[in-house]
Design a protein around this ligand. Structure first.
Ligand code: SF4
Length: 462
């Protein structure tokens, strides 16, 4: 587990004392060491704090989640990684009881909070989950101390004051107890939000992009505070973020999400150094390297993110995946196969602008008054989709040539029908199951399943 130890660097945060967090007493739980967390996450009998099993939620206009299963074990920080619109916020709302799920169960510390089939739904005021938001969500008319103590209205004034003072000390803001949110910096507001989330000794903290609104130096301080709090008090946390460097800094395990589904889970370092799912691979390849001379090996995903309300069949990533699988009867370069699938989908969406391609095909000659030939336009379409002048697979070449003729003749629907019938990937027909790569590292991709199946078949033959 990675830990940040850098001292504070921003004058605006001068009263914050991150490192002192570990030296202060609270009435929180038992400390957990890195070794204990490492042992817990590989031990099937380890205490599970949060358990989601087959959770689903559909909307008519927003991103949804589908068959979501994951767990947070005692004392770990689990990252939920994915771009905006992938279903992370929906997941938070379901866990926090702000929405009812359509299917599946959500258990917190052994207690069922939601079971759609059984009609069980525990409202959020009966949970003990601390929430931390990107925009801090502090009450503007309450002081820092009043914000922290907001959940303690049933306590005596002396109890409340004692607990609030303890938490303000823990986050290094004792001197700011009487300040209103507008008088605090972003980092200070997030410290207050963390203190507020901890005030009832929650079983779980759910933090939604907790540092993405902060400057980099302040991000480091808040991450350091979170790491210290976890180490000292054994916090269990679901850390929702799109920022891979932030996740690598502070999270023990990671669950990668694409279009409402988890596609890979595992120990953070393992997933970051040996990603198995093509989407994780593409995400990691986009992390900038510190070497300005390096161009990196960024994997460029084609197409756009599909509508989450109406996701693709089979593997939801197949419309963009650079490793999308070829059927047994086609044998072309992998990048060519991606291009053929892209051509098929663009034809189906009537999204191939032949007029523009004609202009591009012979810009100079067209400017001089010469019309490009059909052959030149077909060549331009091939270039547009990174397809070679001639495919190595004769059958695929014959289909492509016929489809290109139809496109140039304006018969887009017929071209789309032909491509739809011939260029079909197994990835659109099969919803991938998870494959175990060892030590809790799993990914959902049919390529892995095929490898396991062929290995098992070979073993059976022996
Ligand atoms: S199942 Fe196919 S489309 Fe999905 S990630 Fe694996 S190779 Fe890519």
């Amino acid at each position: 587990m990675s830990r940040m130890t850098s001292p504070h660097t921003d004058a605006d945060e001068s009263t914050a004392e991150t490192d002192a967090a570990t030296d202060r007493a609270t009435d929180s739980g038992t400390p957990a060491t890195d070794a204990a967390v490492d042992a817990a996450r590989t031990d099937p009998a380890a205490d599970t704090v949060l358990d989601l099993d087959g959770v689903a939620k559909a909307y008519s206009t927003e991103s949804a989640v589908e068959a979501l299963s994951m767990s947070v074990v005692d004392g770990e920080i689990l990252a939920l990684l994915g771009p905006s619109g992938c279903g992370k916020t929906t997941t938070l709302r379901l866990i926090a009881g702000l929405e009812r799920s359509d299917a599946g169960t959500i258990d917190l510390d052994g207690r069922t909070l939601a079971d759609a089939a059984a009609g069980v739904f525990v409202p959020p005021e009966e949970h003990n989950i601390g929430l931390v938001f990107q925009d801090f969500a502090l009450f503007p008319h309450l002081t820092a101390a009043e914000n922290v103590g907001f959940g303690l209205s049933d306590r005596s004034a002396s109890d409340r004051d004692e607990r609030v003072a303890e938490l303000l000390d823990l986050v290094g803001l004792t001197d700011h107890a009487d300040h209103y949110p507008e008088e605090l910096s972003g980092g200070q507001k997030q410290r207050i939000a963390l203190a507020r989330a901890l005030v009832l000794n929650p079983e779980l903290i759910v933090a939604d992009e907790p540092v993405s609104a902060l400057d980099v130096s302040i991000q480091a301080e808040i991450l350091s505070l979170i790491a210290d709090l976890q180490e000292e008090f054994g916090l269990s946390m679901l850390f929702i973020s799109h920022d891979m460097s932030v996740i690598r800094e502070v999270c023990d395990r990671v669950a990668v999400m694409y279009l409402g589904e988890i596609v890979e889970t595992g120990d953070t370092e393992t997933v970051f150094t040996d990603p198995q799912h093509p989407y994780t691979e593409a995400l990691l390849s986009s992390i900038p390297t510190p070497d300005p001379r390096s161009r990196g090996d960024g994997i460029e995903l084609t197409g756009t993110v599909p509508d989450p309300v109406n996701p693709p069949n089979g593997c939801r990533f197949h419309t963009r995946c650079h490793r999308v699988v070829q059927p047994d009867d086609i044998d072309v370069e992998q990048s060519t196969w991606r291009g053929l699938i892209d051509l098929r989908y663009r034809a189906r969406d009537d999204d191939i602008d032949v007029d523009r391609l004609m202009e591009n095909a012979l810009a100079e000659e067209a400017a001089a008054g010469r019309e490009p030939t059909d052959e030149e336009i077909r060549a331009q379409i091939r270039r547009e989709f990174d397809l070679p002048e001639r495919l190595t697979d004769p059958g695929a070449e014959s289909t492509l040539a016929e489809a290109l003729e139809l496109l140039v003749d304006g018969e887009v629907e017929s071209a789309a029908t032909l491509l739809d019938s011939e260029f079909v990937t197994p990835c659109e027909r099969t919803h991938p199951e998870f494959t175990d790569h060892g030590d809790g590292h799993q990914s959902a991709c049919i390529r892995h399943r095929a490898e396991v199946d062929s290995f098992e078949a070979a073993a059976d033959d022996d």
